[in-house]
Design a protein around this ligand. Sequence first.
Ligand SMILES: C[S@@+](CC[C@H](N)C(=O)[O-])C[C@H]1O[C@@H](n2cnc3c(N)ncnc32)[C@H](O)[C@@H]1O
Length: 192
Amino acid sequence: MTRISLVDQTQQLIAPYLRPGDSAIDATAGNGYDTAFLAHTVGPHGHVYVFDLQQKALTATKSHLATRGLSHIPVRYCLSCHQYLSQHIAENDSLNIKAIMFNLGYLPGGDKTLTTQAGSTLIAIQSAVNLLAIDGCLSIIAYPGHRAGALEFSCIYNWFTTLNPLSYALKRISIEKTLRPAPEVFFIRRRR
Ligand SMILES: C[S@@+](CC[C@H](N)C(=O)[O-])C[C@H]1O[C@@H](n2cnc3c(N)ncnc32)[C@H](O)[C@@H]1O
């Protein structure tokens, strides 16, 4: 049996809510796989904002989009911590964002000290949730298996449990039959 990765499962959760022409945010560019998914889905009339602290990640993302034939899709590359995300979003996109993806941790194959941190991640996800359109969704893949990731995971978990289920549809997915602590997806869809 093939096991579908958490990254693929997350994209499948988002896909029904994202349409051509929409605006979306990838809050952690990495190697650009999620940006490519978002760019492919929103198409040439949509818009994707992508954030990373490392120029290396933004460059890798740009080149991944080129390889996938997606260079013509409007993508704004933001070399910035995602805690400042709302400062980079165009005014007409505020409350109009249909999908926001966070895949936390460090750049695969890169410097593990340049990892996402609980404090800035919490600021980022709180401001991100305030940008969502109705039926817009936000996903967070969190990795509690390393030190910074464990603290980050518990802060996200605590924040997630405070969200009002009347305002947000909430879901968590984890990998089954694996060593603990396993990564998890936190998925939030704005209802109203
Ligand atoms: C696991 S990777 C993301 C994978 C990516 N979504 C993909 O599809 O390839 C995490 C990324 O988050 C970036 N990062 C770490 N701290 C950050 C911060 N405060 N703001 C924005 N990006 C950050 C890292 O540089 C790294 O590239």
